[in-house]
Write a protein that binds this ligand. Structure first.
Ligand code: PRX
Length: 690
C-alpha cells in the first residue's frame, strides 16, 4: 500500500461540484448542492420547549435555549455533571466529571464512579415498570411481532449472563456477537454489560473472513450466533458463516448458537445450544461493578487505510450521551414507541435501537426486515400497526421508496408519528421533502442527524433548539448541547467567517466520544487529533451558511458511504490485490441515485494472466463479497493498462473520482502525470463500458 502511495487530497476537492456531467444519468450525482436560497425553512411543531429540567431546576438563572446552550459549552463540568448525577444510576457516585489531555488524546468521564450498564438499561426500569414493553421485535413477516417487557428482558439478560459465565467469560473479556436484530441479540449485548464483558457486535451481513478478522483483532474467545435468519424472505446462514470464521480463529472456545429459524439445531464442534443453556440457569449473579471508564463495547468501522478499526466505547459517558441525545433530538416522551430501523451491527443500532432508548425506559422497535418486504409500504404499515411515534432511518431507503410512489405511504395511518429522523449519509432535498411532505404530512419535525461511530451519539441536528427555531431542509444545522463544531481550511486554520466551507472538526470533548482504537492508540491519535491539532477531526467536509447552519458535503478521505454503510476503499483494494493476476488497483466512490455512492474499481492486470478479463472481473467481485460483504462489491470494474500517477508515483485519485463520476469535461492539470496517455485509455474504456 505504501508503495502505491496516496495523494493528499486537499479537502476542497471533495466538496460537491458546481455542475454535473451530462455523460451518463446513472452516474449523475443525485443532488447537487442547491443555491442556499432555494432550500426552504420550515417552522414545524414546537418540541423541547423545556428540554432539560435536570439543568433548569438546578440552575434557574437559565431561562432560554440560547442560555442553556452557552451554559453547556462554557461549563461542561456543571452541565454534564448535573446530567450524570440524575440520568445514571450509580453504585458509587463519581467525584470527577471529566479529565482530558489533548497531548495524549486521553479522555475520561466520571472515571471514579461505578455503575452497571445493564442495571441502567433494564433492572431499574424492571423494578419500577416491570410490565412496560421494552422491545417490540418486528420480525421479517409483517404481523408476527413479539413484545418483550422490561421484566422479561431482565430475566433473559440474567440467563445469558449466566451462560457466558459458565463459558468462562470474565470482566474485560471480549465476546463477539453475530446475530440478527432480535431480542436475543439485545439480551446478549446487555448480558455482556452485566458481567463486565465487552461486546463486539459484527453486522450479520459480513462475510466469514470479515467476521474472523474482527474476532481475532478483538481477541474474543466466545462468539454468539444463530442458526439462520430471514431478511426480506431471504435466508441468511449465520451458523454456517460462523463455522467458517471460527475455523480461522484458533482462540475461540465456545460458539453459542441461538435457535432462530424454528428448526431443530444441528450442533458441531465447540457449539452449544444457547437457549438450552439458558434454561439451566437458576438465579443470577449480582451485576458487575464497573468503573465509569471501563469499556462497554468494541465496534469495528472502516477507515481510510488498512483493516477496520475497533473503536472502544466506555460505560458512563456513552450511556449518558446516548440517553440525552435520544431524549432531546427525538422529543422522547414516556409512552412513545421509538422506531429506529437500523441494524444492531452498526453504531446507529447500538445507540438508538438499544442503549439510548433503554436508558430512557422506552419501548424500542427491533426491525428485522427490509423496507421493501413484502412491498415498499413495509415501513409505513409497521408504523400504523405498532403506532410508532418516532421513525429513524437512512436516506438511501427513502430514495429507494420514493421511486415507488406515494400510494405505498398514503394507504397507511401515520398519525402516531411526531418526529422523522435521517442518519448515515447526506440527505438530498428531494428525499427530505418527500419525508416531510408525504411521510410526515408536513406535521412532523424532520431531523437530519449527523454523527459517526466515533462520536457515540448525535452531534448535529435541528433539534434540540429553541422551540420556535426553524428547520432548514436537508441540513443537520445545529450542534447538540455541549458541542462546538468548527470548520478548518486545508492549512489547518480555523475558518472564522460565518459562511464558510472546510473540514468539520469539534472543539472540546463530549462524553460519547470513542476513547481509543482497540490495540492501536497511535492510530486513534493520528486519525482524529493530529490533522487539526487541538480539535477532533471528523473526516467529513461541511459548509456553514450565513446563519451558521451546517450542511455535510461528504468524506474528505478514502472512506465511502454505500447504502449508508461505511467502507474504506483500501479494504476493497487489499482484497483485489490478493488476486494472482492483479498488478495494481485503485477504488473510488462514485455518486449513485439510490445508494448514495457506489464502488468503482480501476484494475491493472499483470502481463501474463490466467484467464479472460471477464472471468478475472467475476473472480474479483466474488473475492470482495467473500472477504468483506455484498455491499462492498464493485458495481463498476474497469481494467486499464495503467493508473494515472504523478512522477513521484502517487495515484491521482482525484482524477479517478472525476472519471468515475462521468465528469470528464475539465480534468484539470494532468501534465504532472508520469504518463498522461493512461488517462485517454481509461476514458476510452469508460465510455465503452457504459
Ligand atoms: O460521512 C458521514 C456520514 O456517515 C459517516 C459516519 O459513518 P458511521 O460511522 O458508519 O456512522 C453512521 C451513523 C451515525 C460520517 O462521517 N454521515 C452520517 N450522518 C450523516 C452523514 N453525512 C451527512 N449527513 C448526515 N446526517
Amino acid at each position: 500500500r505504501k508503495a502505491l502511495g496516496r495523494e493528499v487530497v486537499p479537502h476542497t476537492t471533495r466538496l460537491p461540484p458546481p455542475r454535473v456531467s451530462s455523460c451518463c444519468s446513472v452516474l449523475r450525482r443525485p443532488w447537487s448542492v442547491r443555491p442556499q436560497a432555494q432550500l426552504r425553512c420550515y417552522s414545524s411543531a414546537a418540541v423541547c420547549s423545556s428540554p432539560i429540567p435536570e439543568i433548569t431546576s438546578k440552575f434557574p438563572e437559565i431561562t432560554s435555549y440560547d442560555e442553556l446552550y452557552k451554559f453547556s459549552v462554557n461549563q461542561p463540568d456543571a452541565f454534564w455533571g448535573a446530567l450524570g448525577e440524575q440520568l445514571l444510576q450509580w453504585q458509587r457516585p463519581f467525584s470527577t466529571v471529566t479529565q482530558h489531555d489533548l497531548s495524549t488524546s486521553t479522555f475520561s468521564w466520571f472515571h471514579d464512579g461505578t455503575l452497571n450498564a445493564a442495571v441502567n438499561c433494564v433492572d431499574r426500569h424492571a423494578e419500577h415498570h416491570p410490565d412496560r414493553v421494552a422491545l417490540i421485535w418486528e420480525k421479517d413477516e409483517p404481523g408476527t411481532e413479539q413484545r418483550i417487557t422490561y421484566r422479561e428482558l431482565q430475566s433473559e439478560v440474567e440467563k445469558v449472563a449466566g451462560v457466558l459465565q459458565q463459558c468462562g467469560v470474565k470482566k474485560g473479556d471480549r465476546v463477539a456477537i453475530y446475530l440478527p436484530v432480535s431480542p436475543i441479540a439485545v439480551a446478549t449485548m446487555l448480558a455482556c454489560a452485566r458481567i463486565g464483558a465487552v461486546h463486539s457486535v459484527v453486522f450479520a451481513g459480513f462475510s466469514a473472513s470479515a467476521l474472523a478478522s474482527r474476532i481475532r483483532d478483538a481477541g474474543a474467545k466466545v462468539v454468539v450466533t444463530a442458526d439462520s435468519s430471514k431478511r426480506g424472505g431471504r435466508v441468511i446462514e449465520l451458523q454456517k458463516v460462523t463455522r467458517e470464521a471460527v475455523a480461522l480463529c484458533q482462540d475461540i472456545e465456545y460458539v453459542l448458537v441461538a435457535q432462530h429459524s424454528g428448526a431443530p439445531l444441528q450442533l458441531g464442534h465447540k457449539e452449544l445450544d444457547l437457549q438450552q443453556a439458558m434454561a439451566s440457569i437458576t438465579g443470577s449473579a449480582p451485576p458487575s461493578e464497573q468503573g465509569g471508564e471501563d469499556p462497554l463495547f468494541l465496534l469495528y468501522t472502516s477507515g481510510s487505510t488498512g483493516q477496520p478499526k475497533g473503536l472502544v466505547h466506555t460505560t458512563a459517558g456513552y450511556l449518558l450521551y446516548t440517553a440525552i441525545t435520544h431524549r432531546l433530538v427525538f422529543d422522547y416522551q414516556p409512552g412513545d414507541v421509538f422506531g429506529c430501523v437500523a441494524d444492531i451491527g452498526w453504531i446507529t443500532g447500538h445507540s438508538y435501537v438499544v442503549y439510548g432508548p433503554l436508558m430512557n425506559g422506552a419501548t424500542t422497535v427491533l426491525f428485522e426486515s427490509s423496507p421493501i418486504y413484502p412491498d415498499p409500504g413495509r415501513y409505513w404499515e409497521t408504523v400504523q400497526r405498532l403506532r410508532i411515534t418516532q421513525f429513524y432511518g437512512a436516506p438511501t431507503a427513502l430514495r429507494l421508496l420514493l421511486r415507488y410512489g406515494d400510494e405505498f405511504v398514503k394507504k397507511y395511518d401515520r398519525s402516531s408519528l411526531r418526529v422523522l429522523g435521517s442518519v448515515g449519509e447526506p440527505i438530498n432535498p428531494e428525499a427530505w421533502r418527500w419525508y416531510h411532505e408525504v411521510v410526515g404530512d408536513r406535521r412532523c419535525t424532520v431531523v437530519d442527524t449527523w454523527w459517526q461511530s466515533e462520536t457515540g451519539g448525535i452531534m448535529l441536528s435541528p433539534r434540540p433548539s429553541a422551540p420556535d427555531a426553524p428547520v432548514k431542509e436537508a441540513h443537520p444545522m445545529r450542534p447538540m448541547l455541549g458541542m462546538t463544531p468548527l470548520l478548518c481550511d486545508a492549512e489547518g486554520h480555523q475558518l472564522h467567517d460565518v459562511e464558510a466551507s472546510g473540514a468539520l472538526c469539534i472543539a472540546g470533548v463530549w462524553p460519547g466520544i470513542a476513547r481509543t482504537i482497540h490495540g492501536d492508540h497511535k492510530r486513534y491519535q493520528d486519525t482524529y487529533f493530529s490533522p487539526y491539532p487541538g480539535f477532533y477531526f471528523s473526516g467529513d467536509g461541511a459548509m456553514r451558511d450565513s446563519e451558521g447552519n451546517y450542511h455535510i458535503t461528504g468524506r474528505m478521505d478514502d472512506v465511502i458511504n454505500v447504502t449508508g454503510h461505511r467502507l474504506g476503499t483500501a479494504e476493497v483494494e487489499d482484497v483485489m490485490m490478493e488476486h494472482v493476476d492483479v498488478s495494481e488497483t485503485a477504488v473510488v466512490g462514485c455518486p449513485h441515485p439510490v445508494k448514495g455512492e457506489t464502488v468503482f474499481a480501476f484494475v491493472v492486470l499483470k502481463e501474463q494472466v490466467s484467464s479472460s478479463i471477464e472471468d478475472i472481473s467475476k473472480q474479483l467481485r466474488a473475492d470482495v463479497k467473500k472477504h468483506i460483504a455484498s455491499y462492498a462489491v464493485p458495481e463498476f470494474l474497469l481494467v486499464t493498462r495503467g493508473l494515472p500517477k504523478t512522477r513521484s508515483g502517487k495515484v491521482m485519485r482525484r482524477l479517478l473520482r472525476q472519471i468515475a463520476k462521468g465528469d470528464h469535461d475539465d480534468l484539470g492539470d494532468i501534465s504532472t502525470l508520469a504518463d498522461p496517455s493512461v488517462v485517454s485509455d481509461i476514458l476510452d474504456k469508460f465510455l465503452k463500458m457504459k
